[in-house]
Ligand binder design. Sequence first.
Ligand code: SF4
Length: 379
Amino acid sequence: MPDFFMPQSDLDTNQHRDPDGDSLDWQREGLYLNAFGRALRRKFGGRVQRVSLDAGFTCPNVDGAVTTGGCNFCDNRSFSPSRRVRLERVSEQLRAGITRVTRRYDRVQGFIAYFQPATNTYAPVDQLREIYELALNADPRIVGLAIGTRPDCAPESVLELLEEIAKHHVVSLEFGMQSVHDESLRWMNRAHTHDDMINAIDRARGRGFECCGHVILGVPGEDHAMMMQTAHEVGILGFDAIKLHNLYSVHGTPLGEEVLAGKVKMMEREPYVQTVVDFLERIPPTTVVERVSGDAPPNYLIEPKWCLEKSAIRIEIDEEFQRRGTRQGSHFVAPEIAPEQRPRPVDSTPPAIQDQIDNRGRLPILKMQGGVVGGLHRD
Ligand code: SF4
């Protein structure tokens, strides 16, 4: 299986001149959006790349804690509950990833260890500490962690651990929000609701680490107004960063089968570009945009093929902003209650997940499955 969890490329972009009201760095630099790569460069004074790694986690949406089967778009065949990756393998993955990146780019200033496949907060908390610390100590150039998880898998114990790590490192907790519409979440077989997302971010905010939200555009049954409601929610909940993905289908998934059978259609390229621009116009200018499209290796991808042209899509998004004379945040309306003033609620993590994280003993990290980071997912 190819290693397709490649480090994310910068979202650097064309320049744009609009001197009115430029109070943020990216606006003064003449960008159309608050691009991730540039934000990292400003923070660290040079290029910082993510290196993906698989620490052998499974997912409560696969192992039966909330349901089985997983999300309809996710190739989770490798996420068996017995799947384990040796701890040493985590450092090996990081070292190999760093070598790959340094071959590809000159002058990389630092690296972020990116726990990507499966649900990367789903283990006893002492074990999470061990794995995260191991990654941070694998190479002196590692400046922080990015951790992909589900909205229903962030109990207090995990948030407290990340708060502690964030005192000395950059930490991004990436939530698979996907949509604010529960009917869409049901269609994806997410097995959580948007209320779970609200509960998680209202408890995670203000702890010194970044909260990033994944959003999927083009879910069947969602019209333009529904997608814009999700955009509006980004500002209400105060995500520090977002990743936008077009819905795409890959082999080995329920969605892939439906697409191959002609039952489900993926969004076309031009409406997607328009929708991304509409979306970004409605989110706060302070939100960092980490991604504007998603793709998969060509041999896995079924539809849409256009998402393989990432750089061209990125340029088309800029061109559309230029044509409209707008940029990220142009139509943002601040919520009545600022995110930082929202009260911190009681933890609503499902008991079955809480039990795995807080009460169960150490998982036996003994068995190593395969040698390659595997499993397509967008937690
Ligand atoms: S996308 Fe994330 S939540 Fe869904 S099955 Fe895959 S790993 Fe689990």
